[in-house]
Design a binder for this molecule. Structure first.
Ligand code: ACK
Length: 825
């Protein structure tokens, strides 16, 4: 028996030895029909210059085996192509071989059934080889042309079948193969970082109309990069062709429209990631740095604003009707839902040819999938053609260098207007009457600008004289205004029993936590609507009238970055506030929690910073009232299911009349670490004290550290102090949260740090307003053009303890329930 076993095992050994003698050896760059690649856990092909490696691999966190290509010379295994992404092999047993007709085949455990095949090559091959090239392309060609990098010599190439990554030289779009077959080349994201099977998001070129780049989610457009205008994609003005660095992409337009990217010596790749972002990643200082990504903000999401309106991320609300158009559904529009879009105010008058064109500047051109391309017409010819075509709604230049034009013959969709001076002119057709009104409005706007610059200084003196009397007059009348406003406000009053049912009689199981002025419960109204119910503690000193007055005013605030108040209940000694329910809870539970914090990558953090900035801008400048929140902090930022931030807890908010800019109080309420020096020391609060809190919040989001708890033991500097010192030494990136520091856009982070430091400057007058904050955050200007931050207020922990002493004497204790009475003007 023993002899038998040993003789059969020697036969097996002999077989294995002869097989391995035939299989490819590690480090070779070529696979031939008699030399397959066996998965032994290590063997791989390496390109001749040593740039790329091809072999079997398992993604982090998975034991499945895939054939893939990854960089050979970088420390983090970064897979750029996967062959069998849909059919993994579950053990280390696979085999990649090349048939004698030039087809690549992967077999799995049983070594007989192919789980993946490259398909028959475009041309018949006599003596095929497969080779991994130094640009990361895996090709099949004649052995005799081995060493020839000419794509015409490739019978098959992996570059035609990308997975989620574009390497320099690759393309997306339509490509006609030599066989005549037309290939649609797209990137499809991995399902998750551990699973290469096709995920939800895809990136590619839609060749209908004027070809445009898109990200799709489950085949629905998710982001539209717009058409190519000769220098850039209309919706990506910051990424141009040419020689300005590594971020180059360009389009070749012929019957095989496609988009190659151009490389340089830097290691760079474009990847469609599993969370829906197309990223440009550059390998710098032993890590991948995201140098650009899309989508960035809500205006980047397809059709955020409906037909004939445009989105502008600097505006709040972001949707605006095109001139001479008005909202299709005024009610929804007023509720900040721009999805219904806008309709023409005056019908076009095609018959009498009286219509004209209004120039909307700085746009991402509307969706061009149904537009007509007129490559040989000049703009003037295009204008005439549009006027003669009764269905033509707009035209624009096809190529910014002048040649050709585009015309639209239906509603204009998915327009963005950039404030930064980037973007293109769109000529929108209007009825003659509306044209006059639209240009008057524009004229009025530019005249106003001239007045601001030239006449304003002279007028200031005069205005100063009248301001005082107006102030006095307004102060007397403000009370009456607010009362009138309250009357026309209808905030739903909920029945106590309804809320008891919804929260299971305020059951402890439904308790979400303790808020600023009492417990918060989760509830459900009917089958669908989830709510959060704030139950004012019975000890609250606020009177019913004040409570009503405050919620009536807060209910008027409607903004996507403010928690929506759905109604209230004042019954049986209970005072309840009913809010929309936000499933991800508060920001602090993510930011300052070791486990949760990894869920906040840089994009999520940046999105939160921008959202809070927009919400605060609305409170300070955009709502009909000027509102100071007074308690902005991480625990008062709630996150919805998509991690969009909403400012909550207006319990301490104060409302200012239009001309009031600051006020004082003896009752300093707020949270230490977030309160500005002038507020803590002298009880002075203004929009600038909110800006200070916003700056602290930003720096906490970037560093993942609480300002107050920072450096207690080691140094006397708190987070603000440390950040400022490190900024001055050019080392502020060292303080970035290590949980996302492996992948971020360095410039965005540095910009946020600088803006954060500007917000926390000691003198309120030095701090920017929220509109400047937002402008600075979204600007594409060089960071060095922003003002240099001066010393922050309260930069040492020693000063914090001074605050604490102060709190014992004059201010309410931290987090104590408080609803502030409304200040009349
Ligand atoms: O971090 P959390 O889960 O989110 O715990 C706090 C707690 O109540 C006390 O403020 C949660 N909370 C407050 N308002 C809401 C809301 N509108 N939706 C969901 N959770 C809320 C908060």
């Amino acid at each position: 028996m023993g002899r038998k076993i040993s003789s059969s095992s020697s036969v097996l050994l002999l077989f294995l030895l002869s097989w391995s003698a035939c299989s490819v050896s590690s480090g070779a760059d070529t696979l031939s029909p008699n030399r397959p690649l066996l998965d032994d856990g290590t063997t791989a092909l390496v390109s001749a210059g040593g740039s790329f490696r091809l072999g079997f691999f398992s993604p982090d966190g998975s034991t499945n085996r895939y054939v893939g290509i990854w960089y050979n010379n970088i420390s983090i295994q970064t897979v750029v192509w996967v062959a069998n992404r849909r059919q993994p092999i579950t053990t280390i047993s696979g085999n990649l071989s090349l048939t004698t007709n030039g087809t690549l085949i992967i077999t799995g455990e049983d070594n007989s059934t192919a789980i993946w095949s490259s398909g028959s090559p475009a041309s018949a091959l006599e003596n095929p080889v497969a080779r991994i090239l130094d640009d990361g392309n895996f090709v099949v060609q004649e052995a005799s042309s081995n060493g020839n990098d000419d794509p015409n010599s490739f019978a098959w190439q992996s570059f035609d079948f990308p997975t989620d990554t574009l390497l320099p030289g690759m393309a997306v779009g339509q490509k006609q193969l030599r066989t005549g077959v037309i290939l649609d080349i797209n990137l499809t994201a991995w399902k998750s970082p551990t699973d290469p099977s096709p995920g939800q998001y895809a990136f590619g070129l839609d060749v209908r109309g004027d070809p445009q780049i898109f990200i799709w989610t489950e085949t629905q457009p998710y982001w539209r990069g717009g058409p190519w205008n000769g220098r850039w994609f209309s919706g990506v003005p910051e990424v141009k062709d040419g020689t300005d660095g590594v971020i180059n992409f360009y389009v070749e337009k012929d019957h095989t429209t496609y988009l190659p990217i151009n490389g340089s010596s830097t290691i760079v790749r474009w990847t469609m990631n599993s969370s829906g972002h197309l990223e440009l990643l550059v390998w710098i200082e032993a890590r991948w740095s995201v140098s650009w990504y899309i989508p960035k903000d809500h205006c980047d999401r397809m059709s955020q604003c409906g037909n004939n309106s445009y989105c502008s991320s600097n505006n709040s609300p972001p949707c605006t009707c095109l001139p001479a158009f008005h909202p299709t559904n005024q009610h929804n529009w007023d509720m900040l839902d721009g999805g219904d879009g806008c309709i023409r105010t005056t019908p076009l008058d095609c018959r009498n040819k009286t219509d004209g064109f209004f120039t909307q500047s700085g746009t991402k051109l509307p969706d061009t999938s149904r537009s007509t391309v007129l490559a040989n017409l000049s703009l003037e010819e295009c204008k005439a053609l549009c006027l003669n075509n009764c269905s033509c709604t707009a035209y624009a230049a096809l190529n910014i260098s002048g040649s050709g034009c585009l015309i639209w013959t239906d509603d204009l969709t998915d327009i963005t207007v950039y404030q930064s001076g980037l973007g293109q002119d769109l000529y929108v057709r209007l009825a003659a009457k509306d044209l006059v009104l639209a240009s008057q409005a524009l004229h009025h706007h530019s005249n106003r600008k001239i007045i601001m610059i030239v006449v304003l200084p002279v007028a200031i003196l005069f205005l100063a004289c009248v301001a005082y009397s107006i102030w006095r007059w307004k102060k007397r009348s403000s009370h009456i205004d607010y009362e009138a406003e309250e009357k026309d406000m209808e905030l739903p009053l909920f029945d106590l029993n309804t809320i008891k049912d919804a929260t299971d009689d305020f059951s402890i199981d439904n308790k979400l936590g303790e808020g600023g002025f009492g417990p918060v419960y989760k509830g459900k109204l009917g089958e669908e609507q989830e709510i959060a119910v704030k139950r004012l503690s019975k000890t609250s000193t606020q009177g019913v009238d004040e409570f009503k007055n405050e919620i009536t005013l807060i209910a008027k605030l409607q903004h996507r970055n403010l928690v929506k108040l759905l109604g209230c209940c004042i019954q049986g000694g209970e005072r309840l506030l009913i809010y929309e329910y936000l499933s991800n809870g508060s920001l602090d539970t993510f930011l300052f929690d070791e486990v949760q914090t990894v869920l906040l990558d840089w994009r999520a953090r940046y999105n939160i910073i921008l959202g809070v900035a927009r919400g605060l801008l609305y409170l300070h400048h955009d709502s009909r009232l000027r509102i100071i929140h007074r308690d902005l902090k991480a625990s008062n930022i709630l996150l919805d299911k998509d991690m969009n931030p909403k400012i909550s807890d207006f319990g301490m908010a104060r409302i200012f009349g239009g001309d009031e800019s600051e006020s004082t109080t003896k009752r300093v309420v707020g949270t230490y670490g977030y309160m500005s020096p002038e507020y803590v020391m002298d009880g002075i609060f203004s929009i600038k004290s909110d800006v200070f809190s916003f700056g602290v919040l930003m720096l906490e989001i970037i560093s993942g550290k609480k300002n107050r708890d920072y450096g207690q033991s080691m140094s006397q500097l708190n987070l603000l102090g440390n950040m400022w010192i490190m900024w001055k030494e050019g080392k502020s990136l060292d303080l970035v949260d290590t949980n996302f520091s492996h992948s971020f856009f360095e410039n965005d982070v540095l910009r946020c740090i600088k803006v954060g430091l500007l917000c926390v400057q000691e003198q309120p007058g030095d701090r920017p307003t929220m509109s400047s904050v937002l402008a600075m955050l979204v600007s594409t200007d060089n960071i060095s053009l922003l003002p240099e931050p001066k010393q922050p207020g309260f930069f040492s922990t020693r000063l914090s303890s001074v605050n604490s002493d102060y709190s014992n004497t004059e201010s309410l204790s931290i987090n104590q329930a408080s609803i502030t009475a409304i200040a009349g003007r």
